[in-house]
Structures are given as structure tokens and as C-alpha cells.
Ligand binder design. Structure first.
Ligand SMILES: [Zn+2]
Ligand SMILES: [Zn+2]
Length: 336
């Protein structure tokens, strides 16, 4: 991708500010992320958007000469370079806490021995045309002979043999295995570029596109706030008991309060920026009460209400209490 194409991909002019570029890239990633966009080419668009963004970033940061990014055919002395792009799916916990992954894969590239032709040229003469480069073909009912270029040697009269390096396919596959550290706070759509490393005869740079697996109960919103909704025993909630709540690190005890449905666990959420301090984690509890009380529970609830009736009874100093006393007096005054 050249620089002009990169700006075009993002719909920007080369004079755009860094902030504009970043904002546009974020907007496009949000719009084209395959998790949110069901269009068939969403994944491909995402890749080109990320490639364009990375190209511009590299150009502006000055790290690595993006214009001169060498392809598989480089000059003598330097081993062939290539960049291999792939996606890596992380769990939300891995994205929150950071993780190390061993990535294995195959990178296929044009065979450097035969330059993709799949065969090599030998010194001896082509067996088909005996070195002449041409074959005779009968034409006009055998009255005349036409000369045609030999198909087996392409007309140069030299014998071919399948390339041993690529077993005649023209492509070589290089296996790679690399340990990659993903920083805490990496998000879906992020692209990690790893420096090249030697694999076989190639220097391979890895370009990793991060995907985050959807989680069963944690959600991460646009503002990097981690949330969870959790049903709790309604009576435990009323009574202010301790319950176990899931956190990215595992289960943790949390004290319920009947005044609160949302609880903020400070510093236990998602890092606002990669490698940055962790944000807050919001747990919303959903108190669950039995839809139908069994008789024993009904009796217990009645007891509970009877015992706490003094608290809720009308105070004589309050308007309701005064009104109740007035009504009593009126009733008493009325002749039956
Ligand atoms: Zn031939
Ligand atoms: Zn080959």
C-alpha cells in the first residue's frame, strides 16, 4: 500500500492532523469491525483500514521507512523480508490483564530458488526438441510441416526439472513460532507489529490484528468501562450479606447493600490505555425473589413484617399519624 492509497483508504487528505487521523481510524474500525458489521467484506475492509492507519503512523513516527518496505525480492546481502498478517483472538480477561501467547503458523512465499516458476533450467538439451527449441507439426493434411516453439522448454532448448526447494509448486511454506506479549488494555481492532525475525531463509515481520472473544458476562463499553450484571438472592441483598462476584482475576467477595444495585470496584476494570492503570469495574446486581413463596417462607415473612411494624407505624407527630387520630376521634363521636 502506498501513502496516497493509505490516505484514500481512510478518506483523508495528506495534510490531516494526527488527531484527525486517529479519530477517523477509530470511527472506521468501530463501523467495520466484523463483530459489529455483518457485511461480507467487513473483515477485509478492517484489514485495509488498519494497514492504511499503520502505514501513515509509521511514516509520521519515523520508525521504519514504510515507503521502502522491502518485498520478498530484495537485493543481495539482505535476506528476503516479508510481513505476515494474521488475527489473534484473545479472551477479555487476557486483554484486561495482558498475556503471553505462543503463535505458530505457516507463511508461504514465492520460492526464491526458482522465482515462483516451479522448475529450474538444466545445462543439458531439452529431451523433447533435442535442444532445437522447436517442434514440427503436421499441417495441411501432412503436405507441409510447421515449426512451433517447444512447449517443454519454452523454446530455449534447455531441459527443465522441477524445483527441489518448492517441489515444483513455486511457493515455499515457512513454519514460524513466536512468543508474543500482549500488553494489558489491548482492544479489538488494535494492530501489533512485531520486529522481523529469521525463519528459514526469510526475515518475517508479524502484523497481529487483535480480536476479543465475546464474554459470557463481562461487557466492555466504548469508554473502556467493564461491567457485569449478576442475579443475587433478594433476601441476601435485603440483609446486606456478602456474595461472591466474578472479577477478571477470579471470584471475589462483595458486600451487598439494600440501598444499592450498582457497585463500583475501583481499579479492577479495563485499562483506559494500553499498559495504563486499570479503570473501575461496575457490578450491577439483580435481586431475585422467589415468584411464589412456600408456606414456610410466607410465615417467616409475616413474622418479619410483624416485628418491624413498630418502625413503619404512624408517628403521632407526622401528618399521617395526626390524620389517623382525628379519624378515630370522629368515629368515637358519631352515635352508632
Ligand atoms: Zn524443448
Ligand atoms: Zn522453487
Amino acid at each position: 500500500m502506498d501513502t496516497q492509497e493509505a490516505y484514500k483508504e481512510l478518506g483523508l487528505e495528506p495534510g490531516a492532523s494526527d488527531a484527525q487521523i486517529k479519530a477517523t481510524w477509530r470511527r472506521l474500525v468501530a463501523a467495520w469491525h466484523p463483530d459489529r458489521n455483518s457485511a461480507a467484506d467487513a473483515g477485509r475492509r478492517m484489514q485495509s483500514i488498519n494497514k492504511a492507519y499503520q502505514h501513515i503512523r509509521q511514516l509520521r513516527d519515523g520508525d521504519g521507512d514504510a515507503e521502502a518496505a522491502p518485498g520478498p525480492e530484495t537485493g543481495p546481502g539482505t535476506p528476503p523480508h516479508a510481513t505476515h498478517s494474521r488475527t489473534v483472538r484473545l479472551t477479555l480477561e487476557e486483554a484486561i490483564l495482558g498475556c503471553t501467547r505462543t503463535l505458530r503458523g505457516h507463511f508461504s512465499h514465492t520460492c526464491s530458488d526458482c522465482h515462483g516458476k516451479g522448475q529450474r533450467v538444466l545445462a543439458q538439451a531439452c529431451a523433447t526438441c533435442r535442444g532445437s527449441g522447436a517442434v514440427h507439426k503436421a499441417a495441411l493434411f501432412g503436405w507441409m510441416w510447421n515449426e512451433e516453439a517447444c512447449a517443454d522448454c519454452g523454446g530455449d532448448g534447455r531441459q527443465r526439472a522441477p524445483c527441489e526447494a518448492c517441489t515444483g509448486s513455486g511457493e515455499c511454506a515457512v513454519a514460524y513460532r513466536r512468543q508474543v506479549r500482549f500488553p494489558a488494555g489491548v482492544r479489538a481492532g488494535h494492530v501489533l507489529s512485531l520486529p522481523t525475525s529469521r525463519h528459514g531463509a526469510l526475515e518475517i515481520g508479524l502484523e497481529l490484528q487483535v480480536e476479543i472473544e465475546p464474554h459470557a458476562f463481562f461487557t466492555l463499553d466504548e469508554d473502556s468501562v467493564l461491567r457485569c450484571e449478576m442475579p443475587v438472592n433478594g433476601y441476601a441483598w435485603m440483609a446486606g450479606r456478602w456474595v461472591d462476584v466474578p472479577t477478571p482475576e477470579g471470584m471475589q467477595q462483595m458486600r451487598l447493600s439494600r440501598d444499592a444495585l450498582v457497585y463500583r470496584l475501583r481499579g479492577q476494570g479495563f485499562p483506559a490505555v494500553p499498559r495504563g492503570p486499570r479503570g473501575d469495574y461496575l457490578v450491577k446486581v439483580l435481586p431475585v425473589f422467589p415468584t411464589q413463596e412456600d408456606p414456610e417462607q410466607e410465615a417467616l415473612l409475616d413474622q418479619l413484617i410483624a416485628r418491624s411494624s413498630t418502625v413503619a407505624s404512624a408517628d403521632a407527630s407526622q401528618p399521617l399519624g395526626q390524620w389517623q387520630r382525628q379519624m378515630k376521634r370522629r368515629k368515637a363521636a358519631k352515635p352508632a
